[in-house]
Design a protein around this ligand. Sequence first.
Ligand SMILES: *Cc1c(COP(=O)(O)O)cnc(C)c1O
Length: 425
Amino acid sequence: MERFINLKGEDIPRYWYNVKADLPFDMDPPLDPQTMKPIDPSKLELLFPKALIMQEATKERDIQIPQKVREAYALYRPTPLIRAFGLEKALKTPAHIYYKNESVSPTGSHKLNTALAQAYFNLEEGTTKISTETGAGQWGSALAFAGAYFKLDINVFMVKISFEQKPARKHMVNLFNGKIHPSPSDFTNYGKKILEVTPNSTGSLGMAISEAIEYALSKEKTHYSLGSVLDHVLLHQTVIGQETKKQMEIAGEEPDVLIGCFGGGSNFGGFTLPFMPLKMKKESLEIVACEPTECPSFTKGEYKYDYGDTAHLTPMLKMYTLGSEFIPPPIYAGGLRYHGASPIISRLVKEGYMKAIAISQEEAFESTRLFSLSEGIIPAPETSHAIAGVVRYAKACSETGEKKVIVFNFSGHGLLDLNSYIRGA
Ligand SMILES: *Cc1c(COP(=O)(O)O)cnc(C)c1O
């Protein structure tokens, strides 16, 4: 039995999969907060290139991946699917556990799948600079690398608490020629306002988004880029699930449970959405998002229209949200500290196609230790929430004797986050 299920370069997907073509309902549109009517797409052109706005709205099923983006993907794709024999043994479970290893990308997480696509479409439309926010730093370093690859200037606003906890990410962004500012910063009017009221603010993703948007709006040929939540971001990430589907066919197994960690929904959506046609045929397939108990958008949030950022510069999205003012406690999984959630995943949870469970930091750390010891790979703190979910399901199988096939997305490695594990030990 093979541990690695590998694909060839020619198997890198040629299309992104747009789940909206196959859903039995229409999504609620983003609203313009001034009129509370569906947003006029031309308003978004201040922030995003037209190609991405089109991808955000279209219901076409297959969106062609430009050749240059496919070539960039070939730096690290296709990524391996790995049978977690070590973890199965450690848990004495009859379940079969597989993980899709997105940590092999040059910046160590799935984020590059959309960073490369977004940089490419910006370049094609004449953008020279992109601003963005980053939580734990994975997104900032991915976009910085994509900027270096396609020759664009990148400005990153990084949540201050993470900037202080994870200095290695700053060096990584700088190494790729990107600029990085701890947020709230005195680089924008919004950041200055926050600092006046709360000089010791640890920041939040919502605040950093507000700063990055203000920066993009105030500069020529500058666009803004978001690393999660929006439909086009999940779309780009569907290369993960499409490859996984093929790899499961090679393995000769069909998943019973799909698991991913959940911040804004990009790795989870990219991994699971290509399985929605299967879910519509096979009701028993469980699709499970693992969110932190400290930022429980699904399990404690409300499904309603809300802003994506703290300063209310974004359109309103229908999603599960803890409120745009919510500032999560400073947990180590910085990439999971977002008040809202992808509208597509929110709707699928609301309709019962998918579900969410909350995982505490302690449970995540414990599962990480077990995984690292048995598989030899150290997961990102975000990813460890997915592993904790896997461990729960696999333990349940040990009790019932069920041989479920559990597949999860290994969204990133934790080699730049080791200090969080030392403190968690
Ligand atoms: C950013 C990140 C996440 C959370 O973001 P999603 O958009 O929910 O995927 C999870 N894992 C890793 C490794 C990340 O970098």
